[in-house]
Design a protein around this ligand. Structure first.
Ligand code: ATP
Length: 315
């Protein structure tokens, strides 16, 4: 059976500034995205099924944050939609529309390593990996040229603000709603400990809480601090640590107050800084080196939390 496989990384926002809510409901952002070595894999297989349906199943990657959450009873595969609302399915349809109709059906397998509704862009990574895998498969089956990178980026931006970054990986400054990307240089990879929450936080709910908390504030236009890109380019964790910031953090903490303890535990374990990742509830703890990251991850695990030492960007 014909099959194509592609992977796309989860991300952390090392810096995330959100401007005021716009009339269209979106927020202007200034974001420093960094891919992490926790990746989603999507395999697209041509099947003998008839009709234009895209079937999907999801498997948990052994040893991943999701596998740890599953073992602790805080994750179930039932939480991932397998219907047309799955972002990977939407991505597959977006590609298939640009090729002659498939003779046969399409089956997607998602190997999930990135927590669901965790603020690490897991669904966006699935969409990005599906765009690449389905593009290759549709090109092979039809004998037509595959869509080029720009065409895939255009489809990605329509699927969601974080999907273009999941497609490009590495590190990038995101502006607009986050989808306008400018790649940035990275030095030696950073060592982060990611700690998954026991539930999920909905991104729209976190933004709504942010707007509520800032109701009476004059919110400035979002900007990246001077020195942030230079610190990332050197790979110096010590230089970068005081510059990390996430405007969504107060809102995530307001909705999930238990995260305060996780951030405090990170600092007590020797993290240079601890922040909420994106809309949470995953938290990211910047370690001085690989050995410290492993040790910090083990401390969180002993407390019963799903924790993983990763590099950012992936080595
Ligand atoms: P982001 O950081 O991009 O805001 P997130 O990591 O917080 O996203 P996701 O895991 O991408 O959140 O999923 C958010 C919601 O989207 C889920 O609760 C689920 O209902 C839906 N969803 C759609 N497709 C997927 C997918 N492939 N994997 C996980 N969730 C998906």
């Amino acid at each position: 059976m014909l099959a194509e496989r592609a992977e796309a990384p989860g991300k952390v926002n090392l810096f995330f500034a959100a401007g005021p809510r716009r009339a269209d409901g979106y927020h202007e952002v200034a974001s420093l995205y960094c891919a992490v070595s926790a990746t989603e894999v999507v395999t697209a297989t041509l099947t003998r099924a008839t009709g234009a349906d895209v079937a999907v199943d999801v498997a948990v990657v052994p040893g991943s944050l999701v596998a740890q959450q599953e073992a602790a009873g805080s994750f179930s595969l039932d939480g991932v939609p397998t219907d047309a609302s799955n972002l990977a399915v939407r991505a597959a349809h977006a590609v298939l529309e640009l090729f002659p109709p498939l003779v046969g059906g399409l089956h997607l397998t998602i190997d999930k390593a990135v927590p669901v509704a965790g603020g690490m862009g897991g669904g966006s990574a699935d969409a990005a990996a599906a765009l690449v895998a389905v593009n290759r498969l549709a090109a092979r089956v039809s004998g037509r040229p595959a869509l080029d990178d720009d065409a895939l980026l255009g489809l990605a931006a329509r699927l969601g603000a974080d999907v273009p970054f999941a497609l490009t990986g590495g590190a990038a400054v995101g502006t607009g709603t986050g989808a306008e990307l400018r790649p940035v240089r990275t030095g030696t990879a950073l060592h982060l400990v990611l700690v998954a929450g026991t539930g999920g936080l909905s991104t729209p709910a976190v933004y709504a809480e942010l707007d509520r908390l800032r109701e009476h504030e004059d919110v400035p236009a979002p900007e990246l601090p001077a020195g942030l890109e230079r610190a990332l380019a050197t790979g110096s964790a010590a230089e970068l640590a005081p510059l990390l910031r996430n405007d969504l953090q107060p809102a995530a903490l307001s909705l999930a107050p238990e995260l305060e303890d996780v951030l405090a535990a990170g600092r007590a374990a020797g993290a240079l800084t601890s922040i909420v990742s994106g809309s949470g509830p995953t938290t990211a703890h910047l370690a001085p080196d690989a050995a410290a990251a492993q040790e910090q991850a083990a401390r969180f695990t002993r407390r019963g939390l799903a924790a993983l030492a990763v590099t950012a960007p992936p080595a």
